[in-house]
Structure formats: structure tokens, C-alpha cells
Ligand binder design. Structure first.
Ligand code: ADP
Length: 522
């Protein structure tokens, strides 16, 4: 059976729910008139790139009916008019690299992917105010190159798939990077949104004609609306304002390695006051030994057996490869003088907690793990972390990402909860905490072989059980993949779900925008 022939005998890979082939033919003809035939894809072959996913779900459940790539806001508006007429839903993607959360695939089968990659203008970068205004298709690489070519003293803040992903898609998903501007939504300022009825809303100061403060003051007047267009299906974001970090005169990355699994508690309790006080200002990471090992090794080379790797073996492997049971990667930013002053404070704190503080001089110039963190924490682009996908091989990955307080006892408890479920399914605890201002994003990469149906089923059940066990303790994820959106939405309670639904009905009465996104249907 082909990956997509299971549900339909139609010439289309999939059809939108409730739409017959003849109706879809008419919609496709109108889309072609709007964007040109070459930008409307619907054959199985042409849709190939959109059918590749890493999460453990059958592609049949998430196969799109077509992909349309508009070039302007006006084309987006005209596409939405056709969608309202024929009741054909669209699933917007900007750069479509949402890998461990579903790549570019829609939450439900048969949606049309609204591929915004052709809308890729960097509209403005202001080097005085350190702001940018970008379209959805702009990649981090493109923004990086733009800044370098003009020699501007500005840094960007890429997430893990940095070079290929983009700031707009990542920010509307509330993704993170690793510099002091790591919490992306916090460092955005102003959106342009095409609503389902085709109206164009500019948020904050952007609503005022002739305003030049859209990218510098977030709130505007009255209710502030930007948040409702993140992780939602209330509109299509066509422009986003960003704050960019001024390149500091000096930068000092470092790693603190801890020898024991339980040392996560000491690490977090040491980081918290430094981070809240902004002595450590960035969204650094605290990764476990298996994360470190998995970035640069294949599992079979380190541990040929199938079951969970015993804790003692993990510690042995960590020692052998010169990594800690836990590894704090963070940095100081400022001038030589301010860094020297802060360096005394941070080294005293980490030394007192039993960690070993190491700088580039200590680890040497060629430590691949240190070097890629050094790069991402100063907004450089690297795909090094994709080494994780070679750990098991077979192209399977799903991110389980609960939020934790930045408190040692809490991160220790979450580690225990995670381990219980992961061990049961024979899945490695490849885990990392991203350091928030008062929270930790606990990120576990569920790595499995997507070529093995049994491994895929296990990974799925494992995620499901993790969600339940964490929810029982009051812990929720900050983001989820297209297969679990309904379940996660439910865990956040009935009132939130009802309010979401009311807003959805008011803004998108025909339910044409990304049905099922974040569990919200029309
Ligand atoms: P990235 O490539 O940066 O990871 P994507 O383009 O894959 O980001 O977008 C991630 C998700 O965010 C999409 O699956 C979609 O649900 C949502 N999204 C992306 N772009 C938009 C947009 N312009 N407007 C509204 N939602 C969007």
C-alpha cells in the first residue's frame, strides 16, 4: 500500500473533508488563476516534500490535498476568498521546518498547505533601534547574510534548525533560541495578520496609519492581540517585527559539567538566581550525558544492546567522552570589564555547587560540543545538533517539551517522571533544559527508527503516557506536534477550550484556517 493511497481513489492525494473531487477541481482552477499554475501543487510527486514527517504518525492522517505558494498579501486574501467559497481549509507554513512537531504537515488530512516561502522579503532592518520587519519565508540564514553583507553590529537568535527555519514561523510557534533574546515571542514586536475574511490587521502601533513605532512599542492601545495569533488558527501572519540584539563588544561562553545524574538539582539552583538577576542573561542549555553523546555518536557504536542504557553505563560513557552527567552551556555578554566582574560571581557559584567550569581555553579549539553551543549562543548558524538524528537512525524524532519551574527539586522530579515512562518503552532519555527567565523548557527528543512500525508505535504510546503522567502532576507542554494537539488542548481545561472556540467562530466562521491547530476547530 502506498503511503497515501489508503483513503481515496481520487486523483488527489487527499481531499478536504466534505469536499468532492469536482468541487476541488474548481477550487484548484481558481487558485491557479491567482498564483499561477506552477505554484499550485497537487500530484503525489510534487507534494513529496510535504509528505515527509519525523513524528510517529502515519502520513495518511496528515496528507495535504495540495500546496499553494502565494507571493503577496493580496494573493493570500484572494486565496482565502476561494477557500471561504468552497470550504477548503488551508494550513499556513512559513519555512515548514517544524521537524519534531510535524514538519510542514497539517493537523488533519486534506488541508491545503499555504506555503508562504515566496513571501520572503526582509522589509527593514533598523541598525539604530535594532529592529527588523520580515515576511514569513525569510530564513534565519537569509537574515544572517543580510546583516553580515551590510556589516551591521547585530545578532540574530536561531533555533536548532537555524539555517533552514525562519523567525516568523518559529516565533508564531513560540520557539526558542539560545542568546539573551532566546524567548522568541518576547522579542517580537508587531504583526501583520490576514484574517479569514481577508481583512488585514496590524497589531500594536501598526494599527495607526503612518505610525513609525510599530517595531518599537508592543502594546498600542486597547487589548493587545499578538498572543492570540501564536500557536493558533485565528489568522495568517504575513509580517513580523523582531528585536535584534546589538552585538556586544565581548562574549564569553562556558560549560559547567556535573558528574552525577541527580546533580541536575544543583545545576538549576545555581543558575536560577544568576539568570533572574540577568548576570547570566541568555537562554543557555543544561543537557544530559546522552544528549551530548547522541549529537556526535551512533547508539550502536556505544551500546549495541536494544534496551535502556543502564545509568552506570551512561556515566562510564560520559567519563570516557569527557562530558558530564549534566552540562550547563551558557555565556556572559558585555564588555571585557563587565564580563570579568560577572565571571568572578558565576565561577564562585558554580564551583560551590560542585560543577567544573570550563572555557574554550580549557576544552581546546576542537571540541565539537562546546563549539556548536559557543556558536548558537552568539547567533551563529549551525546544523550540528542534527547529529541527534543519527543516534538511532531511521529518521524518527518527536519532541516532548514540558515546562518546569527553574527549581532544582522540580527538574529532578521531572527527570524521574520522564525516566519511568521512557525506560518502560526502551527509549533513551536524551534530555535538555533550556534556561528561561524563571522556567525551564524541559526538552526530550524521543528518537526512534521510523522505518520500524513497532518502534513508531512505541514512540507514540510513550509520548501519550508522558503527557498523562506529567499532567497528573500539573505539568504541561509548551508546544506539541500535529498528532497530539487535541489531547494537549484538553489537558489545559474546558474554559480555555471554550474561549478559543468562541474566538475561532467569531474570526473564522467557515473554519477555513488550519482546523485542528492547537486542538481548535471551528
Ligand atoms: P519553522 O520552519 O520556523 O519551524 P514553520 O513554517 O514550520 O516554522 O511553522 C511552524 C507552524 O507555525 C506551522 O505548522 C503553522 O502551524 C504555524 N505557522 C507558520 N507560519 C504561520 C503564519 N504565517 N501564520 C500563522 N501560523 C503560521
Amino acid at each position: 500500500m502506498s503511503d497515501y493511497g489508503a483513503f481515496t481513489m481520487s486523483k488527489y492525494v487527499a481531499l478536504p473533508k466534505g469536499v468532492d473531487e469536482a468541487t476541488f477541481d474548481r477550487a484548484i482552477a481558481e487558485f491557479r488563476n491567482i498564483v499561477g499554475a506552477e505554484h499550485v501543487l497537487h500530484s503525489a510527486e510534487a507534494l513529496g516534500p510535504f509528505l515527509k514527517i519525523m513524528i510517529p504518525a502515519p502520513i495518511e492522517a496528515h496528507a495535504p490535498s495540495a500546496a499553494i505558494a502565494p507571493a503577496s498579501v493580496e494573493e493570500v486574501q484572494r486565496i482565502l476568498a476561494v477557500c471561504n467559497h468552497y470550504k477548503t481549509p488551508v494550513w499556513p507554513v512559513s519555512t515548514g521546518k517544524n521537524f519534531g512537531y510535524g514538519s510542514a504537515a497539517p493537523a488533519t488530512r486534506g488541508q491545503i498547505i499555504l506555503d508562504l516561502k515566496r513571501m520572503n522579503r526582509i522589509i527593514e532592518v533598523d541598525p539604530d533601534l535594532c529592529t527588523a520587519l520580515v515576511e514569513p519565508g525569510v530564513t534565519y540564514q537569509q537574515l544572517y547574510d543580510y546583516i553580515k553583507e551590510r556589516n551591521l553590529p547585530l545578532w540574530i537568535d536561531p533555533p536548532i534548525p537555524g539555517p533552514v527555519a525562519g523567525p516568523l514561523g518559529n516565533t508564531v510557534e513560540r520557539g526558542v533560541g539560545y542568546t539573551p533574546y532566546g524567548e522568541h515571542f518576547l522579542f517580537s514586536c508587531g504583526m501583520e495578520v490576514v484574517l479569514a475574511d481577508g481583512q488585514v490587521l496590524r497589531t500594536g502601533m501598526g494599527a495607526m496609519p503612518n505610525s513609525n513605532t510599530w517595531q518599537v512599542f508592543k502594546w498600542g492601545y486597547g487589548p493587545t492581540l499578538d498572543g492570540i495569533f501564536t500557536q493558533s488558527n485565528f489568522g495568517i501572519v504575513t509580517k513580523l517585527g523582531l528585536w535584534l540584539m546589538p552585538a556586544p563588544p565581548a562574549y564569553k561562553p562556558f560549560v559547567v559539567r556535573y558528574p552525577e545524574h541527580a546533580d541536575i538539582a544543583k545545576a538549576i539552583d545555581t543558575i536560577r538566581p544568576l539568570r533572574i538577576a540577568q548576570i547570566i542573561p541568555n537562554a543557555g542549555t543544561v543537557s544530559n550525558a546522552l544528549w551530548e553523546l547522541a549529537v556526535i555518536n551512533r547508539r550502536a557504536d556505544l551500546y549495541p544492546q536494544a534496551g535502556p542504557i543502564p545509568d552506570t553505563t551512561v556515566l562510564d560513557l560520559a567519563k570516557k567522552h569527557g562530558v558530564g552527567a549534566w552540562n550547563v552551556y551558557t555565556a556572559l555578554y558585555g564588555t571585557e570589564e563587565t564580563i570579568a566582574a560577572h565571571w568572578k560571581i558565576v565561577t564562585a557559584a558554580f564551583n560551590a555547587s560542585g560543577g567544573t567550569v570550563l572555557t574554550q581555553e580549557d576544552v581546546g579549539p576542537d571540541d565539537p560540543l562546546f563549539n556548536y553551543r559557543r556558536d548558537v549562543m552568539r547567533g551563529e548558524l549551525t546544523m550540528r545538533e542534527f547529529g541527534l538524528y543519527n543516534w538511532r537512525g531511521g529518521g524518527g524524532s518527536m519532541w516532548f517539551s514540558p515546562v518546569s519551574q527553574a527549581r532544582g527539586s522540580e527538574t529532578l522530579k521531572q527527570m524521574g517522571l520522564a525516566r519511568r515512562v521512557l525506560d518502560k518503552f526502551g527509549i533513551d532519555y536524551v534530555g535538555l533544559f533550556v534556561i528561561g527567565w524563571r522556567d525551564m523548557h524541559h526538552i526530550i527528543d524521543i528518537l526512534y527508527d521510523r522505518g520500524q512500525p513497532e518502534a513508531m508505535a512505541k514512540a507514540r504510546r510513550c509520548y501519550d503516557e508522558l503527557l498523562d503522567d506529567f499532567a497528573r502532576e500539573g505539568y504541561g507542554v509548551y508546544r506539541t506536534n500535529i498528532d497530539f494537539m487535541a489531547k494537549v488542548a484538553k489537558l489545559y481545561g474546558p474554559v480555555k477550550a471554550k474561549v478559543n472556540r468562541r474566538i475561532k467562530r467569531a474570526l473564522d466562521p467557515n473554519g477555513i484556517l488550519a482546523p485542528g491547530k492547537s486542538g481548535i476547530h471551528g
